[in-house]
Design a protein around this ligand. Structure first.
Ligand code: AHM
Ligand code: MG
Length: 365
């Protein structure tokens, strides 16, 4: 009997073989897509493509561990010895190690800046020392959601190095977001998705666990110019600048002509909130607070890559006043406020900031 449709006595019937073949033809894997795109640049040597491939490999390994997180009690919680006698690592430490290992083995980047490491990591092998790229990464974003089975993510950003040869330097990372060559994120959610841009639009790939491949599922993503969702940690309301307080009130007001009030959606994982808003439209804000006067998010491996993706999808990203990708990088782990999402909503929030918070900004400068 056919093991697929049960309607035929052959091992796999012709009907199933045909439909399987049709499905296979329509699937484009991340690897195929990257190779196709590389053909658009006849003089490229494929280094960037291989970097993206390395990131894809590491994220599949991280996804496998994230999927096991719910049975941590059976397998052993972080810091414990599991039943195989292995040390159980915290997921963010594990993710960091996986990305560093994959990028080191790939040999296409000379240094990595990670949220988990105070200083940049020099990749020592001979092949990497002279590689042309550096990678900035937040290996597991959404730390408060790691242990509770809620979506988390990885964010990455790729720059061409500034230094000539040898080990990478801090200066290689002190570039504006506009200099990014590629950026992306992986969301470990109800399914695992990798979304990236090389400055020619944004494409999303969903991991098909049955074949272990990221498959093109969201080609040429565009975010709506205007939407009805705002995402912010309103628990901090009393600590927000006046411009943000007033913009939140605007979002909550009743007004049929602008279809308000808007909906509030906040997961607390930047990747998950921004991914949702990328697809359905909306604004995500993490402004300064009186407790964190520089903001919370990091410019290099959170705000810049997310800004690159959102801009490529037709949206905007600012610090409330200035375009994120034009901010100067002065410190490796520099923080920034972030207003990101649908262009009209980010513009409107910016107007509120200028009107009500410009004075606070000058006072803090
Ligand atoms: P993390 O890198 O330590 O996870 O922090 C970044 C995260 C964002 O993903 C998220 O939107 C925000 O911090 C949540 O912060 P809060 O708990 O203050 O709302
Ligand atoms: Mg983070």
């Amino acid at each position: 009997m056919c093991i697929s449709c049960c309607s035929n006595w052959q091992k796999i019937c012709d009907i199933c073989i045909n439909s399987k073949q049709k499905r296979m033809v329509s699937v484009k894997t991340l690897g195929q897509f990257i190779i196709e795109k590389q053909a658009d640049f006849p003089f490229s040597k494929g280094e960037l493509s291989r970097l993206l491939r390395d990131i894809g490999i590491a994220s599949k390994i991280v996804n496998r561990e994230v999927n096991k997180a719910g049975i941590a009690d059976i397998l052993g919680g972080a810091g414990e010895i599991n039943i195989q006698g292995e040390n159980v690592q915290k997921l963010d430490v594990f993710a960091n190690e996986q990305f560093i290992a994959a990028l080191s083995a790939g040999g296409e980047c000379c240094a990595i800046a990670s949220e988990e490491n105070e200083d940049i990591i020099h990749i020592k092998n001979e092949m990497s020392r002279n590689a042309r790229y550096v990678v900035a990464i937040d290996p597991l974003d959404g730390s408060s959601n790691i242990d509770v089975n809620v979506s988390i993510g990885t964010i990455f950003s790729i720059y061409r190095r500034k230094s000539q040869n040898g080990p990478g330097t801090n200066e290689d990372f002190y570039q504006r977001g506009t200099e990014q060559v590629a950026a992306g994120y992986v969301i470990y959610g109800s399914s695992c998705m990798l979304v990236y841009t090389t400055g020619k639009g944004v494409n999303g790939f969903t991991l098909d666990p049955s074949i272990g491949e990221f498959c093109l599922s969201h080609p040429n993503l565009q975010t709506p110019k205007m939407a009805k969702t705002y995402s912010i940690n309103e628990g901090n309301y009393m600590r927000f600048p006046d411009g943000v307080k007033k913009y939140i009130k605007y979002c909550q007001e009743e007004d049929s002509s602008t279809d308000r009030p808007y909906s509030s959606r906040y997961i607390g994982s930047g990747v998950a909130d921004i991914h949702r808003n990328l697809i359905t439209g909306g604004i995500y804000m993490y402004p300064t607070t009186s407790k964190s006067p520089k903001g919370k998010l990091r410019l290099l491996y959170e705000a810049n890559p997310l800004a690159f993706i959102i801009e490529q999808a037709g949206g905007k990203a600012t610090d409330g006043f200035n375009r994120i990708m034009e901010l100067d990088m002065k410190e490796l782990h520099q923080r920034t406020p972030l207003f990101i999402g649908s262009a009209d909503m980010v513009d409107m929030a910016g107007e509120y900031m200028k009107k009500h918070s410009a004075v606070e900004k000058i006072a803090k400068a």
